[in-house]
Write a protein that binds this ligand. Structure first.
Ligand SMILES: Nc1nc2c(ncn2[C@@H]2O[C@H](COP(=O)(O)OP(=O)(O)OP(=O)(O)O)[C@@H](O)[C@H]2O)c(=O)[nH]1
Ligand SMILES: [Mg+2]
Length: 463
C-alpha cells in the first residue's frame, strides 16, 4: 500500500552534532533530493533513477534561491528496497539546528510534509517490511537502557518473538482444521473425548502458551521495569533499604522516627531488572501536618506501585515472633503485589531467629538493611514476581502482547474445557478461531486504525 504523500523528518536527535540526517520517503523523494542537489537544473530532471542506488554522493544542497545551505552526502534507496518500502532519500548534512531546519523547509517547499511520530515505521509496517511486533522492537531498541534490554529488543526486531507467535497461530489453525474436518465428516465418528492424540496436542500447546506468557512477562519487565514502593512504620529501615539497593546514601537515615517526609524515587537494578523504587514516610498517627501529608503521599505511592515492600522492624514483633501488623492489614494490598520484609535481622537472638524462620511464608523474608543479609532472598522474590531471571529473557514484549496472548490462551483453554465436558467440537472450533484472531493482533495481521495510531504515535519523529 504505497502512500501518495511524501514525508520528511530529521532522523537524528535534535540539537547540535557532527552530522544530521534528513530522511525523505514517498513518491517525490528522489525528485526532492534531485532539486536540492541540482538547483537551477529543475527543468532537466531525469525521468528515472536520478541517483545510483545506495551510493554516497557528495553534493552541495541549495535553497529556492539557489543559495548553498550546506554540503554533505545524499543517499538514495529506491523502493521497494528501502526501510519504508517506498523511495527513500537521506540527506546527511552538518548537525546544526539551523541547517536541518533549512533542509526540512526546502523539502516541504518541494512537496513533502513533515512526518508524524513513527510514520516511517508505520509505512514499513503497511508495506510488509516488518510486522507490528518488529516495529515495536525498533522503539524498544532505541529506548533500551541496558545491554540485556538492547539484546532482547534486537532479537524481537529480527523476528524472534513474531516467529514464536506465528508458530502458535499455526498450531491453533492445525487443531481447528482437524476439529472442523472431524465435524464435517460425522461418518468417521471421531470421538473427541477418546481422542488421546488431540488431547496431548492441545494440552502440550496450552502448556507452551503458559511458558510463552511467562517469557513475555519477563520481556515486558525488562523493558518497563517494575515500580516498587517501600512502606512501613517509622524507623522500620525503609530509607536504609533504599540506600542499600541504590548503593548510595540517597535517603537520609536517622534513628528519629518520622525522618522521611517526601516520596523519594530512585532507579535501580535488582536481579538484572530495572526497578523504580519509592521510599516513603513512615506510617503512624500524627498531629504534624507535614508528616500527615507525607503519609498521604506514601499511601498514594502504594496504590500506584506495581509492588510493595512492607518493612517491619523485627524488634516490633510480639514475643511469639508472629509476623503480624495491623498497619499492613489496614493498607489492604493484594497478596500477589506484596513482599513483607522483617528487617533488622542482625539484632535478633538465635532463638528469635529460629522462631521467625519456622513461621515464614512464601511472600515473607528476613533481612538486614544495615548489613545486606537476606538481599539474595529479596532478589529471588523479584525473579519470582517477574517470571524468571532477567538473563533468561529472550525478547522484549509489551503489555499489549501479554493481553493478546492471555486472551488467546483463555479462548483456547475455555474451548478445550467445553470440549472435554460436552464432547462437542463446535464451540471449541469457534474459540480456536477467536484465539487465532487474538494472536494476529500481536504481529498486526489483525489490526485496527486505532491500534496502529496508538502504537506508532509513541515513537519518535523520524523513526
Ligand atoms: N541494626 C539495624 N539497624 C537498622 C537496620 N535498618 C535500619 N536500621 C536503623 O534504624 C534506624 C531507622 O532507619 P531508617 O532507614 O531511617 O528508617 P525509616 O523506615 O526510613 O524511618 P522513617 O523515615 O522515620 O520512616 C536508623 O538508626 C538505622 O540505622 C538494620 O537492618 N539493622
Ligand atoms: Mg526514612
Amino acid at each position: 500500500m504505497l502512500s501518495q504523500e511524501t514525508i520528511v523528518a530529521q532522523a537524528t536527535p535534535p540539537g547540535r552534532g557532527g552530522v544530521a540526517i534528513v530522511r525523505i520517503s514517498g513518491p517525490l523523494a528522489q525528485e526532492i533530493g534531485y532539486r536540492i542537489c541540482f538547483a537551477g537544473q529543475q527543468d532537466s530532471i531525469p525521468e528515472k533513477s536520478m541517483f545510483k542506488p545506495r551510493y554516497a554522493l557528495l553534493r552541495s544542497f541549495y535553497d529556492s534561491e539557489g543559495q548553498c545551505i550546506d554540503q554533505g552526502i545524499l543517499l538514495s534507496f529506491p523502493g521497494p528496497n528501502s526501510f519504508t518500502g517506498e523511495d527513500v532519500v537521506e540527506i546527511q548534512g552538518h548537525g546544526g539546528p539551523y541547517v536541518v531546519q533549512k533542509l526540512v523547509n526546502r523539502c516541504c517547499e518541494l512537496g513533502a510534509r513533515r512526518a508524524n511520530p513513527g510514520e516511517f515505521s508505520l509505512r514499513a509496517f503497511l508495506n510488509d517490511k516488518i510486522d507490528l511486533a518488529q516495529a515495536e522492537a525498533i522503539a524498544d531498541l532505541i529506548d533500551a537502557q541496558s545491554e540485556q534490554a538492547a539484546h532482547c529488543a534486537m532479537a524481537s526486531l529480527q523476528g524472534e518473538f513474531s516467529k514464536r507467535i506465528d508458530t502458535f497461530a499455526q498450531l491453533i489453525l492445525n487443531i481447528r482444521i482437524y476439529v472442523e474436518a472431524a465435524m464435517d465428516f460425522p461418518e468417521e465418528e471421531i470421538d473427541f473425548l477418546e481422542d488421546s492424540a488431540l488431547r496431548a496436542k492441545v494440552e502440550g500447546f496450552l502448556a507452551e502458551m503458559r511458558d510463552m506468557l511467562d517469557a513475555s512477562k519477563r520481556g515486558v519487565a525488562l523493558r518497563d521495569g517494575l515500580s516498587v514502593a517501600i512502606l512501613g512504620a517509622p524507623n522500620a529501615g525503609k530509607s536504609s533499604l533504599l540506600n542499600l539497593l541504590s548503593g548510595e546514601e540517597t535517603a537520609i537515615v536517622t534513628d528519629i522516627a518520622g525522618t522521611t517526609r517526601d516520596v523519594l524515587k530512585c532507579d535501580i537494578t535488582l536481579a538484572g531488572y530495572p526497578l523504580n523504587i519509592s521510599d516513603t514516610a513512615g506510617l503512624r498517627e500524627t498531629d504534624n501536618p507535614v508528616e500527615q501529608e507525607g503519609i498521604r503521599r506514601a499511601q498514594v505511592a502504594a496504590q500506584q506501585a506495581q509492588h510493595v515492600f512492607f518493612l517491619i522492624d523485627a524488634q516490633d514483633l510480639a514475643p511469639d515472633m508472629k509476623i503480624q501488623s495491623s498497619l499492613l492489614e489496614s493498607l489492604d494490598i493484594p497478596a500477589h503485589q506484596l513482599t513483607v520484609i522483617v528487617n533488622k535481622l542482625d539484632t535478633l537472638s538465635s532463638e528469635q531467629l529460629e522462631a521467625l524462620q519456622s513461621g515464614l511464608e512464601s511472600h515473607q523474608i528476613l533481612m538486614s538493611a544495615k548489613t545486606g543479609q537476606g538481599l539474595s532472598d529479596l532478589e529471588n522474590i523479584v525473579i519470582e514476581q517477574l517470571g524468571g531471571r532477567a538473563d533468561e529473557s529472550q525478547f522484549t514484549a509489551r503489555q499489549r502482547h501479554i493481553a493478546a496472548l492471555n486472551e488467546a490462551y483463555q479462548y483456547c483453554d475455555n474451548g478445550y474445557q467445553q470440549l472435554m465436558m460436552t464432547g462437542s467440537g463446535e464451540l471449541f472450533a469457534e474459540d480456536l478461531k477467536l484465539g487465532h484472531r487474538s494472536l494476529g493482533e500481536i504481529t498486526g495481521q489483525v489490526s485496527s486504525d486505532d491500534l496502529l495510531g496508538h502504537i506508532f504515535s509513541s515513537f519518535c519523529i523520524g523513526k
